[in-house]
Each structure stands twice: as structure tokens, then as C-alpha cells.
Design a protein around this ligand. Structure first.
Ligand code: BTN
Length: 336
């Protein structure tokens, strides 16, 4: 099942009217007169609204009243009140999909999709970095964002760094939880992974032509179940769920705040504020200053992670020299 932010105008009209009059009952005739649609259409929309998890009370002679919002991440819920210029203004929603990343990659070249958000309640073939699987049960926030940023190629590795920093800041501002950043782009709490990102980047001459940023947030998932299932995956170091720390914010509100923060860091990159992003990321990093091992195609590098460069690459100092790590994973060898 798919819903978008640009289809279903009739349903959204009825829903908006019910939301703005939720203290009173509205008759089918009133809705039909005000919204200029037939009574049959009103009834069809109400049935659909109820099937999407909204609770609508109906009383004979009085009409309908919305008493509870849905918990689904529906497109019109995300776009309503969203304070971004471009990111997330166009939304594709799936109750289930193989991977939002696949769907986004299929439509990425269309100019009208710049800023589009593809979101799913669950994924059946969620993709992680380095060809790994990504557990995506209901309760998480699983989405991909399409961007046509026209940035310099050299900024490719900085994008996931900046995006994970934006997520750390959202978690701190909305949920009041202090999370950490593990290079290259994991967000962790107490050294367990709460979110990960993947970036598919297409290049043209020396510019980024388009980008699909896939983000998986363990918002309200059963961390133990995922840990049991994935504990034997290479580089797996445990999972945690945001709802285990704070349940006061709805996933839609959280996502809206994140999209705002994300747009802000992208604007900062475009304005050349690279040092500021690198410094802020470093401040919250759990990788820097720690003994780590980086596994490359043909070698393992063991040393102290000393800093990230302005392009987001990690510098590891071993007993002989400094190594620049472009991509891949590092394993933290000891915790403070
Ligand atoms: C990682 O390995 O840390 C990256 C995980 C990225 C998961 C997200 S969930 C939404 C999007 N769709 C996918 O199939 N993967 C990304």
C-alpha cells in the first residue's frame, strides 16, 4: 500500500476539517456542504481514515468526531507543519516495502524528486552499509531522502558525517538524551547503535549529481530481538531503542525536527562551514581518542583514532605512521 503527500486531496480535506473541529460532532451533510463533496464521498473518506488508525466516533443524528490521531507516519502527517524549504515536502509512504533505498534509487533522476522522502513502517529487505542487512521491523523510522545537491565531489564523505550529527542534535533537543557519534556515521547511546545511515551518491564530472541518503532510526523497536537475530553479523556491537529512554515525543514530530536539522547542516555545507561541522562532530564522537581497528580490503590497521579531516576521513595513528581511512568500519577496542 502506498500513499503520497500529493494524492488523496479529498481524504486530507475531510481529515483536516475533523482535526480542526475535534471538540464537536460534524454531520455528514455539514462535511459534504463545506467541502463540496458528496455524502457518499464523505463516508468513503471517513472509512479510509478509520482504517489508517485514526479514531473517529460516530453518533447517530450528531455525526463524526475525531478523538485520536493515528500513530502511522503518513505523508500528510509529516508535511503538516513541516518547517523545511525542500526536504520532506514530497513524501511517499509504504506500510511495507523491500527497501526505501531501492525505491528512492529508482526515481532519483527525476528533477521533481529533489528533497523527496520515502518512508516505510517496515522493510522486508532493509539494506545496511558494507552489504549488510538492516533489521527494519514496525516501530522504527526507516526512510530515504533524495537530494540533488550539486556539491563538490570532495564533500561526499562529509555528507553522512553531517547527517549523523544532525540526528544527534535532534535526539538531544527533542528527547533530551545525549547520544554519541561512532565513525563514520553511527549514532549510539551507551555504545549501542540507535541509528545508522547509508549514502548512495552519483557523480557527474567533479560534482555530486544526486544523492540518496538512507536513514534507519531504532525509534521504538525491541532491541533484544534485533540483537539476538544479528549478534553474529560482522562488526555488530549491539542495538538500543530511543523509546527505552524517552517516550514523550511522537515519531512524526521527531522526524519533522530531524528533517529541519538535516536541511540546516546541508545549508552549512553549501555555505562552506566545513570546519564547524567537523569540530561539532568531533566534540560528540566516541571514536576519537580511542584505540580502534579498521579492516581494509587487504589489511587491518590498529591504532588510536586521532581526528577526522575536513573531508570526513578518519586518521588513525599506529606506532609507525598516520593512516587516512576513507570508508568502511572501525571497531572500538576499549571503552573508557
Ligand atoms: C548502517 O549499516 O548503519 C546503515 C543502515 C541504513 C538503514 C536505512 S533504513 C532506510 C533505508 N533503507 C534501507 O534499506 N536502508 C536504509
Amino acid at each position: 500500500m502506498i500513499y503520497t503527500s500529493f494524492d488523496n486531496p479529498g481524504l486530507v480535506k475531510v481529515l483536516t476539517f475533523l482535526k480542526t473541529h475535534n471538540t464537536e460532532y460534524l454531520s455528514g451533510q455539514d462535511l459534504s456542504d463545506v467541502l463540496k463533496i458528496s455524502r457518499v464521498a464523505v463516508w468513503k473518506h471517513i472509512k479510509k481514515i478509520i482504517s489508517l488508525g485514526y479514531i473517529v466516533e460516530s453518533k447517530q443524528k450528531l455525526g463524526y468526531r475525531l478523538t485520536k490521531n493515528t500513530e502511522l507516519l503518513l505523508p500528510w502527517e509529516i508535511t503538516h507543519g513541516l518547517k523545511t524549504k525542500k526536504i520532506g515536502k514530497r513524501v511517499y509512504y509504504f506500510d511495507s516495502i523491500d527497501s526505501t533505498q531501492n525505491y528512492a534509487n529508482d526515481i532519483v533522476n527525476d528533477p521533481k524528486e529533489d528533497g523527496a522522502l520515502i518512508i516505510a513502517e517496515k522493510q522486508t529487505g532493509g539494506k545496511g552499509r558494507e552489504g549488510r542487512k538492516w533489521a527494519s521491523p514496525e516501530g522504527g523510522i526507516w526512510f530515504s531522502i533524495i537530494m540533488h545537491p550539486k556539491m563538490d565531489i570532495g564533500l561526499s564523505t562529509l555528507i553522512p558525517i553531517a547527517s549523523s550529527l544532525a540526528l544527534r542534535n535532534t535526539i538531544s533537543k527533542t528527547l533530551k538524551i545525549e547520544s554519541e557519534l561512532k565513525w563514520p556515521n553511527d549514532v549510539t547511546i551507551n555504545h549501542k547503535k540507535v541509528a545508522g545511515m547509508i549514502a548512495d551518491i552519483a557523480l557527474e564530472s567533479n560534482k555530486i549529481k544526486n544523492l540518496v541518503l538512507g536513514i534507519g532510526i531504532n525509534f521504538n523497536v525491541n532491541a533484544k530481538t534485533i540483537e539476538n537475530k544479528f549478534k553474529d553479523t560482522p562488526n555488530f556491537y549491539g542495538v538500543c531503542s530511543l523509546a527505552d529512554f524517552n517516550k514523550t515525543v511522537s515519531p512524526v514530530e521527531f522526524l519533522q525536527k530531524y528533517l529541519q536539522e538535516l536541511e540546516y547542516v546541508f545549508q552549512s555545507i553549501e555555505k562552506g562551514k566545513i570546519k564547524e561541522i567537523v569540530n561539532e562532530w568531533s566534540k560528540y564522537s566516541s571514536t576519537l581518542g580511542r584505540k580502534v581497528v579498521a579492516t581494509l580490503d587487504d589489511a587491518k590497521i590498529v591504532g588510536i583514532a586521532v581526528k577526522i579531516d575536513d573531508d570526513g576521513m578518519l586518521i588513525i595513528q599506529d606506532k609507525d605512521k598516520k593512516h587516512r581511512i576513507v570508508a568502511g568500519d572501525v571497531k572500538h577496542l576499549e571503552y573508557r
